[in-house]
Design a protein around this ligand. Structure first.
Ligand SMILES: [Zn+2]
Length: 64
């Protein structure tokens, strides 16, 4: 019972904080280095703003 009442909420809180931090730093469609919007750049595979290389998957998500 101790595990359910004390440890589980702590673990969930830590997990949520890590998840939120991860999501904030990995915005889909943005340059990892400068945050430039990389969607709809056609066949380009480098950020026009800073030159950071990236790839795009079939859904159009930017993968650096
Ligand atoms: Zn960039």
């Amino acid at each position: 019972m101790f595990v359910l009442l004390v440890v589980l909420p702590i673990v969930l809180t830590i997990w949520l904080l890590i998840y939120a931090a991860h999501k904030a730093t990995h915005v889909v469609g943005r340059c990892k280095k400068c945050g430039y919007d990389l969607r709809d750049l056609g066949d380009r595979r480098a950020c026009p703003e800073c030159g950071f290389p990236f790839t795009v998957n079939r859904r159009g998500d930017v993968i650096s």
